[in-house]
Design a protein around this ligand. Structure first.
Ligand SMILES: [Zn+2]
Ligand SMILES: [Zn+2]
Length: 305
């Protein structure tokens, strides 16, 4: 399972119907947060995501609308008896800010919370995927992230295995795991019965940024690009000055990168009741675009080929 849950989709300020930035990924039950704006823990409750399977928070930058939810979330999980460590990744300042979150107010932190500073190009390696830190262009030190799953094994050719004299059962599983097996004194290699590797899925999260090369490169052929789409195109000057993006600019990047789905988030409070102008501007350039809404969930399927 790979599901994206939009917990906060507002830009800079919370509004009546949009919380500040927080995007959760549920990958096979492991929860990962990209940004954690104020109120994220309550949004997690509303979305019924649970908290205890949260392994890591990747912060794009330390503007208040992207991290103020962290201290509250840390304390709630401590109160609820969490024991597993929590890792907080982010750009310059991450270690210092994490220490501040841990020291804020009187409470007993009952589990380890560790801040880890990343620089562009750094790769966090997990068993089945990696998360790559990307250089972005915002008004302060900032990062975007690409979650890239490892390739999956190819398809198992059952008929071929039987032809080669392998009886259905445990030997099938061995071959599927990449091992060599012996039947009737004959060796059969995994690659004799397995197809070529199939790509895993890729999700790119931009954080706050101008459209930029590292996001474009990481997004090539990505399954989902979640990008700062703060403004409609008529606000292009202000987007440039404030180091955000317009819907049309991001749509052009998504088109060039040939992403499967573009999701615009960090929607400015001026569009909180009607994000139609953003959708109109984006669709002029790129059809496969969605405007994120709070509590919207998207399943990212494997590709058929
Ligand atoms: Zn922001
Ligand atoms: Zn910002």
């Amino acid at each position: 399972m790979l599901r994206i849950i939009f917990l906060g989709t507002g830009g800079s300020l919370p509004t009546r119907n949009r919380n500040p930035s927080a995007v959760m990924v549920n990958r096979e039950g492991e929860l990962i947060l990209f940004d954690c704006g104020e109120g994220t823990q309550q949004q997690m409750m509303r979305a019924k995501t649970g908290m205890m399977n949260l392994s890591s928070i990747f912060v794009s930058h330390f503007h208040a609308d992207h991290f103020l939810g962290i201290p509250g979330l840390i304390q709630t999980m401590s109160f609820m008896g969490r024991k597993e460590p929590l890792l907080i990744y982010g750009p310059e300042g991450t270690i210092e800010f994490t220490e501040l979150f841990k020291a804020l107010g009187y409470f007993n932190l009952k589990y380890e919370v560790q801040g880890i500073q990343l620089k562009p190009g750094d790769v966090v390696e997990r068993e089945e995927y990696v998360i790559r830190a990307l250089k972005t262009e915002h008004s302060i030190s900032s990062l975007g992230y690409a979650l890239i799953e490892n390739p999956r094994p190819g398809r198992f050719n059952r008929e071929r295995a039987i032809e080669l004299g392998i009886p259905p059962g445990p030997l099938f599983a061995k071959l599927q795991k990449g091992n060599m097996v012996e039947v009737n004194g004959k060796l059969v290699k995994s690659e004799d019965v397995m197809g070529t590797l199939r790509p895993g899925r890729t999700i790119v999260y931009s954080g706050d940024t101008r459209p930029c090369e590292p996001i474009l490169e990481a997004s090539r052929d990505a399954d989902v690009l979640i990008h700062d789409g703060s403004f409609a195109d008529e606000m292009a000057d202000w987007a440039e000055e404030s180091k955000h993006s317009t819907a049309g600019e991001v749509a052009a990047l998504a088109k060039e990168a040939e992403v499967r789905t573009l999701i615009l988030t960090h929607i400015s409070s001026r569009y909180t009741d009607d994000a139609e102008p953003l959708l109109t501007d984006a669709k002029k350039v790129f059809e496969k675009v969605i405007i994120a809404e709070d509590l919207m969930e998207i399943e990212v399927p494997y590709r058929s080929k």
